[in-house]
Design a protein around this ligand. Structure first.
Ligand code: ASP
Length: 968
C-alpha cells in the first residue's frame, strides 16, 4: 500500500508561540464583555490507555477549530483525563474532576464499562456527553448523550441488506466478542435469510487462533463468511484463512468492522477471494479533502496525501504524526518536550474521524447558540456544577437539544459535514442520514463500489457490473480451471486415438464448447471425468453426488456436460445461462415390418365394403336379369334373316347377366350389351359404381404397398403409463429421475411408482446402457430429446415416441456463488450470437448421422388405411338410385308398348303388367315363342308372346315393331 504521510509537528518555535499566547490573552479581555459565549470554553476528554490516537485526534480537532475561528470570540480548550482501561471507578472520579474544572462537554471514554458511568453522571448534571463508539444498547441514549457512531439497529440493517443482496446460498458468521451477535441480530432474524444454511461460530476467545474455525468451515464447504473481529485482528484472520486454503476464488468475506480500509490488505489483493466491508469515512469526499487541505495549509506538516486524485481507491494513507511529551497530556501544548514520544494516528480510522466530527459538531452548535441566543453568557456559568452538589448545569440541555435538533422553533437544524459525512441526529440522539461506503478488495486495492443509506438501502455505482466483470475476467485470465464432465455421446467421448494426452483424450460437443469459452475468457483448463460417473442427485440427508458434489467440495471449478438446470441443483450450485434446450422424450424400438399377408390385396377396402361389393354385384346381376326380361325392347329376333321368327330371344339370360356384371367389374367389358333404356341406365349405374370403387381401390392399394405398415403399441407417455407390458425407465441419479420423482402430475406420478417398483430395475447407469436395452426390445427409455435426436440419427430402428414431456436446458455449473458464472454466461451468449453453438450442434449431431430419411417414413406410416363404407358409401347410393331409375324406365317402356296396341287387342294394362311380372319371375327361359292371334282370337293374326301379356298383333305389325326396336 502506498503510504502518504502528513507529519504535523507541534511545539515548534516555542518563542513565537509564547508571544501569540500573550496577544491571545489581551484579546480575550477585550472581547469578553461583548461575546455572549465565554472567552474560553473548556471541553473535557476522557481517554483510556491505548486510546492515544483518539486523544490526539481530539486535541488536533480542537486546535483546528480554534485556528479556523469557527467561534470567533471563543476559544476551545481541551481538558484531558487519562484512565485505566475498563476502570469504571476511576472513570466516575475523572468525570467529576472534569466537571469540577467547568467543562462544557465530556468526550469519551471509548469502552462500554467506563462510558456507562460517565454517561449517567453527565445525564444527572445535564452536561453534554459526546460518544464515538458502537453501543450495543438499542434504547435511545440518555437525554444528554450524543453518539456519533451509527445506531446498532441501523448498522445491523446495513449488514442485513447487503447480505440479502449478495444472495448467498449458505454462509457462516464468525465472531470474536460476544457483543458481535447483537450486530448480527438483524441478519439472524430476517425470515428470508433464515431459509439459508447459516453456520455461526465463535473464534476461540483471546487465543488469536483462527485456523481451527476455518478448517471446520472448509469441511462444511462454506464459502461465504461474515467476520466480526476488531480492526486490529482482520489481518491475522485473513492470514489464517489463507493458510488453510480458505481464500480461493470461490470465497467471499464480509467484514463488519468499519475500519477494513485501514488494514494493510496488499497481501490479499491477488488471492482471488472477494473481500468487502463498509466504511463510514469517505476518503474521497470533498469534505475529507478540504479538511486535509486545511491540515496541510495550516500546519507545519509534511503532507503527502493523494486521496482526492486516485478516484475511488481507498489505498491512500492519511497519517498524522505527533511528537508529544508522553507523561503530561493535560499540558500537551505548553510543556517543553523534555521527554518526547512519537504517536501517529490515522485520520481515516472511524474512531478518530468521529472524534474530529464530534468536536466540530460541538463547536458548530456553540456557534449556532451564539447566533440565536442573547443571554447565554449568564447561563453558561458553571460555578455550581459538581458531582457533590448534584446540581445540573442550566445551559447543558440547550446544547444537547441543539445538537439533537430538537426544534424548539428558535433554531435551525444544525448540519455539519464532517469526515464521516453529514452529521445529523434525530430527537433520540441517534445519528440519521449517514452513509456507509461499500468497499471491495481488487487487484488495485480497496475500491468504492456502492453505498448504503437508511432510505435507499444498498445502491451500486453505475459502472459496478461492468467493473466487476472486468475484475473477474482479469482474475480468470491465465488461471487453470478443473473442468469436470461425464462420458456420454456426443457430449464427451474418449478419443479413439490412444496416443492422445491431456485434454485431447476427449472429444465431443462439450469438449469443443469449453475450448471456445476458454479462448474467449483466456483461461486454461484440465478436463477430468466425474469420479462416481453420475450427474448429481441429492439424497435424503441433503448430500449431493456426481458432478454437483465435486463442485460443492471444490474438486472442480466448472462442470461442462449435458447437465440439466434444475431448481434443486440451482439451490446447491450456480448455473450459467443454458447453452442447449431440450425436454424428456421416449426412445423406443420400431416395430419390425409385418410380413406381407397372403390376402393383403384386400387391405385397401374394409371388410364390410367387400361384403357390400359382393352383395351389390349379385344384386345388380339379378336386377339386370329381371329388368332385361321385363323390358320389351330386350326381346329380339334371334335370327334377323328370318323375316317371320317363331320366337324372340332375350340376351340377358342368368349366365349372360352374370358374365356382363363381372366383366364390367373387372373392367374387361362384355360382348352382350343392353338395348333398352332401362337396362342401359342400370348398366351405366353399375359402371359408375365400378369406376369409383376400382379407382379408390387402386389408389389405396398403391399406398398400402409403398407404406410400411406400423402398428405402434405406444404413442405417448399417457399410453406408457396405462400399460404394464412394456417396462420403461430412465437414467439413475439424473434430472430425468428427479423429474418423475418430484412430479405431482398424475400420469408422471403413476409412471414413477411403476418404475420404482418394477423388477428387475428399469433404471440404467448410463444413456448407453439405456439405448442398448431399448435395442434389445420391449423396453422404453425416457431420455433427453437432444440425446434421442443423436441416437435416432445413428440407430435407425429406434425412434422417439410422441412429444416431449417437459422443456428445460443444459447449463454450465459453477460452485455456489462463484464469481465466474456471469462471465461464462456472457461467453455463452457470445457463442450463441455468433452461431457457434449451432455449428457445434450440427457438427456433433447430424454430421455423422446415417438414417436421416427414416424419420419421414415413420411420419408417413399409418396414413394409408383401408377404405371403409364411409369412404365409398356414395357409390352404393348411386348404384341403388340407378337401379330404381332403371325399374321406372322399364315399366315406362312396358306401358309405352301397351299404349301402342289397340285396346281391343289387349287386356287392361295392369293385368298385362302382372302377367308379364309373373312371366319374368318364373324365369321361363330366355326365348319365348310367338303366338298367333288365332290362338287367342281366331279371327285375326296376331302375335302373342306367351304369358307376357303383350297384346295380340298382326304378324306384320309385330315384324314392323321388332325392326324398329332393333337396338343392337
Ligand atoms: N442430463 C441429465 C442430468 O443432468 C441426465 C438425465 O437425467 O437424463 O441429470
Amino acid at each position: 500500500m502506498k503510504t502518504n504521510e502528513i507529519i504535523l509537528l507541534s511545539f515548534h518555535q516555542i518563542s513565537s508561540f509564547k508571544f501569540l499566547i500573550s496577544i491571545f490573552y489581551i484579546w480575550n479581555i477585550f472581547t469578553l464583555v461583548q461575546s455572549s459565549l465565554p472567552h474560553v470554553v473548556k471541553i473535557g476528554g476522557l481517554f483510556e490507555n491505548g486510546d492515544e490516537s483518539v486523544e490526539l485526534a481530539f486535541r488536533d480537532a480542537i486546535e483546528k477549530i480554534n485556528e479556523e475561528a469557527i467561534l470567533p470570540n471563543t476559544r476551545l480548550e481541551a481538558v484531558i483525563e487519562k484512565l485505566e482501561r475498563c476502570d469504571s471507578f476511576q472513570a466516575s472520579k475523572r468525570v467529576c474532576s472534569l466537571l469540577h474544572d467547568g467543562v462544557a462537554a465530556v468526550f469519551g471514554p471509548q469502552s462500554v464499562e467506563t462510558s456507562a458511568h460517565v454517561q449517567s453522571t453527565c445525564d444527572a448534571l445535564h452536561v453534554p456527553h459526546m460518544e464515538m463508539r458502537w453501543d450495543f444498547k438499542f434504547d435511545p441514549p440518555s437525554n444528554h448523550s450524543i453518539n456519533l457512531f451509527p445506531h446498532p439497529l441501523a448498522l445491523g440493517n446495513a449488514f442485513r441488506d447487503l447480505i440479502k443482496l449478495k444472495n448467498w446460498k449458505s454462509f457462516a458468521i464468525l465472531y470474536e466478542e460476544n457483543e458481535a451477535l447483537v450486530r448480527m441480530q438483524e441478519i439472524l432474524k430476517d425470515p428470508s435469510l433464515r431459509e439459508k444454511r447459516i453456520v455461526v461460530r465463535q473464534f476461540p476467545v483471546g487465543s488469536g487462533e483462527y485456523r481451527t474455525t476455518f478448517k471446520e468451515l472448509h469441511k462444511l464447504a462454506i464459502k461465504n463468511i461474515i467476520v466480526d473481529v476488531p480492526q486490529e485482528h482482520i489481518y491475522n484472520v485473513l492470514k489464517h484463512a489463507q493458510q488453510v486454503d480458505m481464500l480461493s476464488d470461490y470465497h467471499n468475506y464480509f467484514f463488519t468492522s468499519l475500519d477494513l480500509h485501514t488494514v494493510d490488505l496488499e497481501e490479499f489483493q491477488y488471492v482471488g477471494a472477494n473481500i468487502s466491508g463498509f466504511s463510514l469515512v469517505d476518503l474521497n469526499s470533498k469534505d475529507f479533502g478540504q479538511i486535509l487541505n486545511k491540515l496541510q495549509r495550516d500546519s507545519n506538516t509534511r503532507y503527502n496525501w493523494n486521496g482526492g486524485i486516485v478516484g475511488d481507491s481507498f489505498d491512500s494513507m492519511v497519517r498524522l504524526q505527533y511528537t508529544i511529551f508522553s507523561l503530561n497530556y493535560a499540558n500537551f501544548f505548553f510543556v517543553a518536550p523534555l521527554c518526547l514520544q512519537t504517536y501517529t494516528y490515522e485520520l481515516k480510522q472511524t474512531e478518530t474521524a468521529l472524534v474530529y466530527d464530534a468536536v466540530r459538531l460541538f463547536a458548530q452548535t456553540l456557534f449556532e447558540i451564539e447566533k440565536n441566543g442573547a443571554t447565554i453568557h449568564q447561563n453558561f456559568q458553571q460555578d455550581d456544577v459538581s458531582c457533590e452538589k448534584e446540581k445540573p448545569w442550566r445551559f447543558g440541555s440547550t446544547i444537547s437539544n441543539y445538537m439533537r435538533n430538537v426544534r424548539n422553533k428558535i433554531h435551525d437544524v444544525i448540519e455539519v459535514n464532517g469526515l464521516t459525512g453529514p452529521i445529523k441526529f434525530d430527537e433520540t440522539g441517534s445519528r440519521i442520514d449517514f452513509k456507509l461506503l461499500l468497499l471491495e478488495l481488487t487487484r488495485e486495492g480497496l475500491k468504492h463500489f456502492g453505498d448504503w443509506t437508511p432510505g435507499e438501502k444498498v445502491t451500486f455505482m453505475s459502472n459496478y457490473t461492468k467493473a466487476m466483470t472486468e475484475i473477474y475476467r482479469d482474475t480468470l485470465k491465465n488461471k487453470t480451471l478443473t473442468v469436470v464432465t461425464i462420458l456420454g455421446e456426443p457430449y464427451c467421448m474418449e478419443a479413439e486415438d490412444d496416443n492422445r494426452t491431456g485434454n485431447d483424450r476427449f472429444e465431443g460437443y462439450c469438449v469443443d464448447l469449453i475450448k471456445e469459452i476458454a479462448q474467449i475468457l483466456e483461461f486454461k483448463y484440465v478436463i477430468k471425468v466425474v469420479e462416481d460417473g453420475v450427474y448429481g442427485k441429492r439424497n435424503e440427508r441433503g448430500e449431493w453426488n456426481g458432478m454437483i458434489k465435486e463442485l460443492i467440495e471444490g474438486k472442480a471449478d466448472i462442470a461442462v456436460a449435458d447437465l440439466t438446470i434444475t431448481y434443486e441443483r440451482e439451490a446447491a450450485v450456480d448455473f450459467t445461462m443454458p447453452f442447449m434446450s431440450l425436454g424428456i422424450g421416449i426412445l423406443y424400438k420400431r416395430h419390425k415390418k409385418d410380413p406381407p399377408k397372403l390376402f393383403s390385396f384386400m387391405s385397401p377396402l374394409a371388410m364390410d365394403v367387400w361384403v357390400y361389393l359382393i352383395t351389390s354385384f349379385l344384386g345388380v346381376t339379378l336386377f339386370l336379369f329381371f329388368v332385361a326380361r321385363f323390358s320389351p325392347y330386350e326381346w329380339v329376333n334371334p335370327h334377323p334373316c328370318v323375316k317371320e321368327p317363331h320366337e324372340l330371344k332375350n340376351n340377358f339370360s342368368m349366365k349372360n347377366t352374370l358374365w356382363f356384371t363381372i366383366g364390367c367389374l373387372m373392367q374387361q367389358g362384355c360382348d352382350i350389351m343392353p338395348r333398352s333404356l332401362s337396362t342401359r341406365v342400370l348398366a351405366a349405374s353399375w359402371w359408375f359404381f365400378i369406376l369409383i370403387l376400382v379407382s379408390s381401390y387402386t389408389a389405396n392399394l398403391a399406398a398400402f404397398l409403398t407404406v410400411e405398415r406400423m402398428v405402434n403399441p405406444i404413442e405417448s407417455a399417457e399410453d406408457l403409463s396405462k400399460q404394464t407390458k412394456i417396462p420403461y425407465g430412465c437414467l439413475k441419479s439424473g434430472s430425468t429421475e428427479a423429474f418423475f420423482r418430484n412430479s405431482n402430475f398424475s400420469t408422471y406420478a403413476r409412471m414413477w411408482s411403476f418404475m420404482e417398483s418394477y423388477r428387475p430395475s428399469v433404471f440404467v447407469e448410463s444413456n448407453k446402457k439405456g439405448v442398448d436395452r431399448v435395442e434389445k426390445g420391449d423396453y422404453a427409455y425416457l431420455m433427453e430429446s437432444t440425446s434421442i435426436e443423436y441416437i435416432v440419427e445413428r440407430k435407425c430402428d429406434l425412434y422417439q415416441v410422441g412429444s416431449l414431456l417437459d422443456s428445460k436446458g443444459y447449463g454450465i455449473a459453477t460452485p455456489p456463488d462463484s464469481q465466474y458464472r456471469s462471465i461464462i454466461s456472457d461467453a455463452i451468449l457470445k457463442l450463441q450470437e455468433e452461431g457457434k453453438l449451432h455449428m457445434l450442434k450440427n457438427r456433433w449431431w447430424s454430421g455423422k448421422g446415417k438414417c436421416g430419411g427414416k424419420k419421414e417414413t415413420q411420419k408417413v406410416s399409418g396414413s394409408a388405411s383401408e377404405l371403409g363404407l364411409a369412404n365409398v358409401g356414395g357409390v352404393f347410393v348411386v348404384l341403388a338410385a340407378g337401379s330404381i331409375i332403371a325399374i321406372i324406365i322399364c315399366i315406362g317402356e312396358f306401358i309405352w308398348k301397351m299404349e301402342n296396341i289397340p285396346r281391343s287387342e289387349r287386356e287392361h294394362i295392369c293385368i298385362e303388367l302382372l302377367r308379364e311380372i309373373k312371366y319374368v319371375i318364373c324365369c321361363y327361359g330366355n326365348t319365348r315363342p310367338i303366338r298367333k292371334v288365332s290362338d287367342m282370337n281366331p279371327a285375326r293374326h296376331l302375335i302373342i308372346q306367351a304369358g307376357n301379356g303383350l297384346p295380340f298383333l298382326p304378324m306384320n305389325s309385330y315384324q314392323e315393331m321388332n325392326n324398329k326396336n332393333n337396338y343392337s
